[in-house]
Design a protein around this ligand. Structure first.
Ligand code: G1P
Length: 297
């Protein structure tokens, strides 16, 4: 612990994207509100925030995303209806959906990229380190992903991101890191010091097969870098390009996550998340497993 690092209290969740990979489902519904088993996708990220000790969630939202605000707001009519009908557990569940978090909303009015979306939260975050969680990614493992990154940031004073090994034919879908193992850390050979990153490279140009999963804990100077970052891959202001500047300053670690990452913004990834989360669900898991076995695939 450097002693100088402020506590990580805030998380930014960019949710302004148009969800084009999931049309037609996302024509009228935000992709973050698609249901995985019994909860909208975005609730998995919010629950990860709660489990990681985050106190304040900042949604960077956009047009047609009101359902997200409604989901995390109180619903007094629904709660009293449930109470009157003796459904006390359901009433409590609805009441506690945001787990006591403070929630703020700000808007990204134009789709100028993930880096720009994070920059939109600069004023609400202020001068302290913060987490970023991509809402269409579910991270499931022994330790909440964001909590692990917070521990790395608080111990090293640097930024931290999770990475996972991705097949060569998929590297063009990720930010890819060029990184070397960090010796003598308590995260063992899972902790790497990042030298450089490339957003969505071709398989030939990728510096490794370690893809950025969608979980970040960053120092506030990332905002200065993003404010001067020019549009990059796809003509967008890329968070990855801001991260390159942190890496140049020797202030970025990557950690290989010890759990499973589902890219649920992708149709196949969404189905994988649905099947595996259903199998783990205490109420549904047993029957669902029996059902799958009966398919005799
Ligand atoms: C974003 C990031 C990319 C990261 C990916 C993880 O891309 O730009 O670096 O690897 O999320 O899902 P997107 O999937 O939004 O195109």
């Amino acid at each position: 612990m450097t002693g100088k690092t402020k506590k990580v209290r805030k998380a930014v969740l960019p949710v302004a994207g148009l969800g084009t990979r999931f049309l037609p489902a996302t024509k009228a519904i935000p992709k973050e509100m698609l249901t995985v088993v019994d909860k909208p996708l975005i609730q998995y990220a919010v629950e990860e925030c709660i489990a990681s000790g985050i106190e304040h969630v900042i949604f960077v939202t956009g047009r047609r995303k009101n359902a997200i605000e409604d989901h995390f707001d109180l619903a007094p009519e629904l709660e009293s209806f449930l109470e009157q009908h003796g459904k006390h557990d359901a009433a409590r569940m609805v009441h506690e959906i945001s787990g006591g978090l403070r929630i703020s909303y700000t808007r990204q009015s134009e789709a100028l990229g993930l880096g720009h979306a994070v920059l939109c939260a600069a004023e609400l975050v202020g001068d302290e380190p913060f987490a970023v969680l991509l809402g269409d990614v579910i991270m499931d493992g022994p330790v909440p992903a964001t909590r692990e990154l917070i521990e790395i940031c608080e111990e090293t004073g640097a930024g931290a991101i999770h990475v996972e090994r991705v097949p060569r034919e998929r590297v063009h879908l990720y930010g890819i890191v060029d990184a070397a193992p960090e010796k003598n850390s308590r995260w063992g050979d899972r902790l790497l010091r990042v030298k450089n990153l490339v957003e969505k490279p071709s398989a030939e140009k990728a510096p490794s097969n370690l893809g950025v999963t969608g979980r970040y804990v960053l120092p506030p100077e990332i905002f200065d870098y993003l404010a001067t970052t020019k549009p990059g891959t796809g003509g967008e202001i890329q968070l990855t390009d801001g991260l390159c500047r942190l890496a140049e300053a020797n202030k970025l670690f990557a950690c290989i996550y010890e759990g499973k990452t589902y890219d649920a913004g992708d149709k196949l990834g969404f189905l994988e998340a649905t099947v595996e989360m259903a199998l783990k669900n205490p109420k549904l898991g047993k029957d669902f497993r029996t059902y799958l076995r009966g398919l005799n695939l």
